[in-house]
Ligand binder design. Structure first.
Ligand code: ZN
Length: 290
């Protein structure tokens, strides 16, 4: 083989290697476009935090603005391994909802971030996926509350509104299942940076698997209960990771939030977590910011 053809062969191999690396990445679709939160600020942060792992390639699908015609909004979910929602807004079309249900039912992953669990109170399958939701006139008609009491998850059917939070503050998050791939190797308790602490979420809670809770202290306007912060569900063959954390860009600086989002997204996509717990993961006393 001459020098020139050897060089051609080498560059062909190089190109193939680069393409394989890109092809190996987990394709993520981040959905946004409407939210009572500043999605235009937080979506680029979520995208970067996922792509920083080197594992994910993130596309963004942005819906029409609130009140606009939603008929043409039909994200191509099935080209992706996992959908991450930063969306809290108008109902999707029947077609888009059906596409999404099929996607998850057939094994697609789904990650609900913060106010994504406020969305779609009238969509039963979505509420099954997120297990618990808040606001949107959710009450006992939508399912029980879920609390961590006496060392276990308790579903409480008492009547009342779904969804509330007290004053924003830094708070401790406690891992309740340290054997799950998402939480394996994390400290039992870690300090989360200033954020809302969602409480009193309610929903079908079918197959809810609790990963972590936080104590909603009465002196910050909370319930006096240990509230679910991170949890998973299954919908058909699909895996769902639900994080209630991440009100804004500031809260999203927390290394604990970033790492659980990265690990939860990998798990939702593949059922495994290959990421190591980083050295800057927060401990019990002090939040760790990036
Ligand atoms: Zn919020």
């Amino acid at each position: 083989m001459g020098v020139i053809s050897a060089m051609r062969l080498n560059s062909a191999l190089l190109i193939t290697a680069v393409q394989l690396a890109a092809a190996d990445k987990i394709k993520v679709l981040l959905v946004d476009g409407q939210n009572n939160h500043r999605w235009m600020e937080t979506s680029p942060v979520i995208k970067k935090q996922l792509e920083d792992t080197g594992l994910f390639e993130v596309d963004v699908s942005t819906s029409p603005a609130k009140g606009a015609d939603m008929a043409a909004f039909r994200p191509g979910f099935k080209s992706y391994r996992v959908v991450v929602s930063n969306y809290n807004g108008d109902p999707w079309s029947a077609e888009a909802k059906s596409d999404f249900e099929q996607f998850v039912r057939n094994g697609g992953g789904f990650v609900s971030v913060h106010a994504a669990d406020n969305s779609f109170p009238e969509w039963p399958a979505y509420n099954e996926m997120i297990a618990l939701g808040g606001w949107g006139n959710r009450t006992e008609k939508d399912g029980p509350y879920a609390k961590f009491r006496d060392g276990k998850l308790v579903l409480d059917h008492k009547p009342g509104k779904g969804g509330h939070h007290g004053r924003r503050h830094a708070y401790a998050v406690t891992v309740r299942d340290s054997k799950h791939p998402i939480t394996r190797g994390l400290p039992e308790t870690w300090m989360h940076h200033v954020d809302e602490l969602y409480d009193s979420l309610r929903g079908p809670a079918k197959g809810i698997h609790l990963l972590a809770t936080a104590f909603s202290a009465p002196d910050t306007g909370g319930t006096g209960e240990h509230e679910p912060m991170l949890f998973t569900t299954r919908f058909g063959k699909g895996r769902v990771f639900h994080t209630t954390l991440g009100h804004d860009v500031e809260a999203m600086k927390c290394a604990g939030h970033i790492v659980t989002l990265q690990r939860g997204t990998e798990w939702a996509a593949t059922g495994k977590v290959t990421q190591k717990v980083p050295a800057d993961f927060p401990g019990a006393e002090k939040a760790s910011l990036r």
